[in-house]
Design a protein around this ligand. Structure first.
Ligand code: DD3
Length: 329
């Protein structure tokens, strides 16, 4: 099966990367990345939970707000998928307690060896009110934004927001995550960096999630795109797909390649996720296929300046208030 081939492949990639990391460890310390992969002292041991922002039994995750050494922090915990290549060890190396037995059916609680029982953990610290809001469970509302609404409501709003995208510049300048880059085209006009989104733990290809971040710094979103950007978009589409085929053995027919509108950060980036994986934000209300974006700009150079675009906003989003104030909701 293609999928298991891909699964096996990612493991060999993983170990390649590991040796790569070990070799690079010295040079990386100047990047502040020397500690990556090592067991670090438990910075979370002093975490004081103040509230649960949201949780999902189905997604097996929880978003927690709290304090880390007097600073506001958000911690995201998520159980990771069970990998096929771990099965043999899971069966042979675990402790098993019987819960119930009935006819041909029995249920157990299996205690896996610690290294097969990891929880993916993301820490945002210091977290701003905006981070906290982002993870608080919220109702959302669909907004209809005309080209004029964008100019008079949305653009002024995002210009006032100073949500830091330092992390994006750190990636582009190799000050962070340099060893995670899957592919780079360094061209200042059509170039980009392709790397795993940190939602993806890269342990299995099933939930593959990469982002292509463009080198150009003045493209905020879909709304800024014109036919001038076609070479950039086509370059990301082609080279991104090629790089993913090479590295993960996933053909374009297994990929969903799209932009978000509204994006969660206003520096142009493209999402590559695996078809069949319901990545957050891949629904029709937020995702715009890169292939469609390219075609739309080919037929109308100012398509995204003039079209009405629809997107969901959360109840507590400041932009939603602006649309209400303008009588657009
Ligand atoms: C973000 C959207 C942004 C909180 C959280 C995530 N992929 C990132 C920093 C480095 C990254 C990402 C903002 C922030 Cl949990 C606030 O995402 C990132 N590095 N999505 C990668 N590779």
């Amino acid at each position: 099966m293609a999928d298991s081939a891909a699964k096996r492949e990612i493991d060999s990639v993983g170990s390649d990367e590991l040796s790569h990391k070990v070799k690079k460890a010295k040079g990386d310390s100047e990047n502040g990345q020397g500690e990556v992969g090592k067991e670090s002292e438990n910075v979370l041991s002093g975490f004081k939970t103040s509230s649960v922002l949201s949780d999902s039994a189905r997604e097996k995750n929880i978003f927690v707000r709290g304090k880390l050494a007097d600073q506001d922090a958000v911690v995201i915990l998520e159980k990771t998928p069970i990998r096929e290549d771990a099965l043999a060890e899971l069966f042979s190396g675990s402790r098993l307690r019987l819960e119930m037995r009935n006819d041909i059916y029995s249920t157990y609680r299996l205690q896996a060896p610690p290294h097969l029982n990891e929880i993916k953990t993301t820490v945002v610290c210091p977290a701003t009110e905006k981070h906290v809001k982002k993870y608080q469970r919220q109702e959302s509302f669909l907004v209809e934004e005309t080209g004029e609404d964008y100019q008079s409501i949305t653009l002024p709003y995002i210009q006032k927001q100073s949500f830091s995208i330092q992390w994006v510049y750190n990636i582009l300048e190799k000050k962070a995550e340099a060893d995670r880059i899957v592919y780079e085209d360094p061209d200042p006009e059509v170039g980009f960096v392709l790397l795993p989104d940190f939602k993806w733990d890269q342990k299995q290809v099933d939930d593959l999630y990469l982002i292509a971040i463009v080198h150009q710094r003045d493209i905020r979103s879909l709304r800024d795109l014109t036919s001038e950007h076609l070479p950039l978009l086509q370059n990301i589409f082609q080279k991104g797909k090629e790089a993913i085929l090479q590295r993960y053995k996933l053909p374009a027919s297994k990929l969903r390649v799209y932009l978000h509108y509204q994006p969660s950060y206003y520096h142009l980036h493209v999402h590559f996720t695996k078809l069949g994986y319901e990545a957050p934000g891949c629904g029709v209300e937020r995702a715009h296929f890169l292939a469609d974006v390219i075609q739309n700009l080919q037929s109308d150079p100012h398509y995204y300046k003039t079209r009405t675009l629809f997107f969901p906003l959360r109840a507590d989003d400041g932009l939603l208030s602006k649309f209400k104030e303008a009588g657009r909701l």
